[in-house]
Design a protein around this ligand. Structure first.
Ligand SMILES: CC(C)(COP(=O)(O)OP(=O)(O)OC[C@H]1O[C@@H](n2cnc3c(N)ncnc32)[C@H](O)[C@@H]1OP(=O)(O)O)[C@@H](O)C(=O)NCCC(=O)NCCS
Length: 142
């Protein structure tokens, strides 16, 4: 990958850039009432079990991945800024998550992808993820 790109753990001071990066990205936009604000990102920085990786391009955040890791690892989101897509950043973030999962002793990773997000389905297949066929999401506001 390009030497100007660095993958590292996310920190609190990254949050304003992360809020911008995630906002308006339709592939992650309305996952059952999700709001990508400061509280959301803190949830991935604070608890030790959770994971936030960022990609820095020329010193600015150009991509990020957040996941929850308990008995298994759940990839909540991965986003790369439009201008930086197709350069291996999303893939590097996913591979980094796999390494981190193995380190935590988690052998299984899960991800939710909208059915219409065809490029992401291809990427998942490309990295040998198995597509589930029978799961439907239910949600309720209480
Ligand atoms: C999905 C996303 C994060 C990918 O990031 P990216 O930096 O462009 O991805 P990469 O360039 O690292 O490509 C990842 C891998 O998939 C492959 N790939 C990329 N697009 C592909 C496609 N359409 N079909 C098949 N393989 C593809 C690449 O060759 C690469 O493989 P490699 O590691 O063997 O070289 C980015 O497109 C994005 O932010 N999309 C909008 C948000 C989104 O859909 N997130 C997922 C929500 S679940």
């Amino acid at each position: 990958m390009d030497k100007r790109i660095k993958i590292r753990k996310g920190k609190e001071s990254d949050i304003p850039q992360l809020v911008k990066l995630y906002s308006g990205v339709k592939e992650i936009e309305d996952f059952v009432g999700m709001k990508y604000d400061k509280g959301y990102f803190m949830h991935f920085i604070r608890p030790k079990s959770n994971i936030l990786f960022v990609a820095e391009c020329d010193g600015k955040i150009c991509g990020a991945l957040n996941a929850e890791a308990a008995e298994l690892t759940f990839l909540n989101n991965v986003v790369v800024a439009r201008a930086w897509r197709g350069k291996g950043i999303g893939g590097s973030l996913i591979k980094r998550l796999e390494q981190e999962s193995r380190k935590k002793g988690n052998k299984t990773l899960l991800a939710l992808v909208y059915d219409w997000n065809k490029p992401m389905h291809k990427i998942m297949r490309h990295y040998d993820y198995t597509r589930g066929e029978k799961t439907v999401i239910y949600s309720k506001n209480v």
